[in-house]
Design a protein around this ligand. Structure first.
Ligand SMILES: Cc1cc2nc3c(=O)[nH]c(=O)nc-3n(C[C@H](O)[C@H](O)[C@H](O)COP(=O)(O)OP(=O)(O)OC[C@H]3O[C@@H](n4cnc5c(N)ncnc54)[C@H](O)[C@@H]3O)c2cc1C
Length: 486
């Protein structure tokens, strides 16, 4: 029998399980160690559950806007259709049961795929045991729930242990009224008055979703505007929509403490103001899962923020130890975690590997409207990091948007001044996550605005606006006139 490379992966989220699939396909002997279930936080508590909840919220938003824009009447006294009452409201217990069912099923599917690929899945908590041996191997100790330990030897270890919600000592979640984002799926009833602390992506997504489901929402944002890390024009659109729908967005407000008072909660802000609600969701960031893992003893360096330092092929500072995903703090996205994991395996197993390129990453904020971005950002252009021209067109001018009653949103594309090569873009629209793809393809393949403009789009369609923005950028380069059609 030939020599088989042994690989141990600690953490079964997208960083870990995608790496396991690749490594097994490349012929390695792979063991994935995970303490919660394959799919990781991504599948069990983060992406999958939140997007499943948001699927219900989206339908509610469509209903809510359907009378004003489309003339649809949905009233409590509408006669039942096929025996089902036509009342718009949400049974949150039912929604949450569906969320959990779907997450578990997805986790099982992933475990089956990983096992089918030939990898071994072990339930337990993994940690590195000291430095590399003279033979160039690493040891991982796996502690099962019952305390029993098992030692695994491997030529390479991938650490993909993810992150968990950050907690503030004076606002500790109790799982009932003060919640973090992993606990909201245990609610049986819709929070009547929800305070969301934190207006980053997670805070904004949940604030928008619960508002659509019927909660009265107060969003406590420490910055000037919501989504401080996103495109400023996009964030302005979303904040405007939030306020128009009745959300209380409190800018430049920082929560100091949150406590339970009777059947509700009370949040005290740093300026002394006190706000009350029935529930509070804390969304104040995440901290990497690095403690108790023997990282220091194994020679793995951490960054100032406590994440594992990695290079562009996912190597850590310790020979034979790679890291991927949220634990590296590079880009908290499932897609990036998966890419980092795959790159690590391609690199270690000697396959062709392209280093991680963050300038082609596309991401989406799942609010209504959605905000999708790819490549270089407005901040990159404004700070001079890249020389680029841009055109932004509101969706209001798009014929399909008019027919569908879509009023909020825009398409923005950045291209290089001389060549017209597309370097980035932003789409704010319903299903922007789907609409961003042509711009992603352009960014990834150095396509020009002319090439985007020349591809047919369906008439009428929202993607017509993408072609129109590209056309305007091309015309401006060629000194032509803006057409303004889409
Ligand atoms: C609310 C929310 C919504 C999100 N939505 C999206 C989205 O829509 N799209 C997107 O791309 N990203 C989204 N993200 C980000 C995404 O969830 C993360 O980027 C992704 O989960 C990172 O994957 P990972 O492999 O690094 O770790 P994780 O998915 O966190 O998995 C790590 C696994 O390792 C296990 N583990 C930890 N320590 C050990 C140990 N010592 N031994 C064994 N196992 C261990 C954990 O229990 C977990 O199962 C969202 C995040 C949040 C918070």
């Amino acid at each position: 029998m030939g020599y088989v490379t042994r690989i141990v992966i600690i953490g079964g989220g997208p960083g870990g399980y995608e790496a396991a699939l690749v490594a097994a396909q490349l012929g390695a002997e792979v063991t994935v160690v995970d303490c919660d279930g394959l799919g990781g936080a991504s599948v069990l508590t983060d992406c999958v559950p939140s997007k499943t909840l948001i699927a219900t919220a989206e339908v509610m938003t469509t209903f809510d806007s359907s009378y004003e824009e489309l003339g649809i009447i949905v009233a409590d006294d509408t006669p039942p259709l096929h025996g089902a009452p036509r009342v718009v409201g949400v049974d949150l217990g039912k929604v949450n049961r569906r969320v959990k069912r779907l997450a578990l099923a997805q986790s099982h599917d992933i475990a089956s795929a990983v096992t089918r690929a030939g990898a071994t899945v072990m339930r337990g908590r993994g940690r590195l045991d000291g430095p590399q041996t003279a033979e160039g191997t690493r040891t991982v100790v796996v502690t099962a729930a019952d305390g029993t330990e098992q030692r695994l030897t491997a030529e390479a270890v991938l650490v993909a242990t993810g992150a968990r919600p950050r907690e503030l000592p004076d606002a500790m979640p109790d799982g009932e009224r003060i919640l973090n984002w992993t606990q909201v799926y245990d609610l049986d009833e819709l929070p009547r008055e929800l305070i969301v602390v934190g207006s980053g992506v997670t805070g904004a997504e949940f604030a928008g979703a619960y508002q659509a489901l019927g909660s009265t929402v107060t969003l406590v944002s420490s910055r000037d505007r919501v989504l401080p890390g996103e495109d400023p024009d996009a964030a302005a659109v979303l904040e405007d929509v939030f306020r128009r729908r009745g959300m209380n967005v409190m800018s430049r407000s920082r929560a100091q403490s949150v406590k339970r008072v009777g059947d509700g909660v009370e949040a005290t802000l740093t300026d002394g103001r006190v706000i009350t609600g029935t529930h509070c969701l804390m969304a104040v960031g995440a901290i990497p899962n690095t403690s108790g893992m023997g990282l220091e003893e194994a020679g793995v360096k951490l960054t100032e923020s406590g994440h594992i330092w990695t290079d562009k092929v996912s190597r850590t500072s310790a020979s034979g130890v790679y890291a991927a995903g949220d634990v590296t703090g590079i880009f908290a996205l499932a897609s990036v975690a998966a890419m980092q994991g795959r790159i690590a395996m391609y690199h270690f197993l000697g396959d062709a590997v392209a280093p991680l390129n963050l300038k082609t990453v596309s991401s989406n904020v799942f609010t209504d409207p959605e905000i999708a971005t790819v490549g270089y950002s407005q901040a990159d252009v404004d700070s001079g990091r890249i020389d680029a021209r841009l055109v932004k067109l509101p969706l209001l001018r798009n014929p399909r948007a008019k027919m569908q009653g879509i009023r909020d949103g825009f398409v923005k594309i950045f291209c290089r001044p001389g060549t017209g090569i597309v370097v980035g873009g932003v789409v704010v629209a319903p299903k922007a996550s789907e609409l961003i793809h042509p711009i992603s393809i352009a960014v990834d393949n150095n396509l020009t605005v002319e090439q985007i403009a020349n591809a047919f789009t369906v008439y009428p369609s929202l993607s017509g606006s993408i072609a129109e923005v590209a056309r305007q950028l091309h015309n401006r380069k060629a000194g032509g006139q803006d057409q303004g059609l889409s």
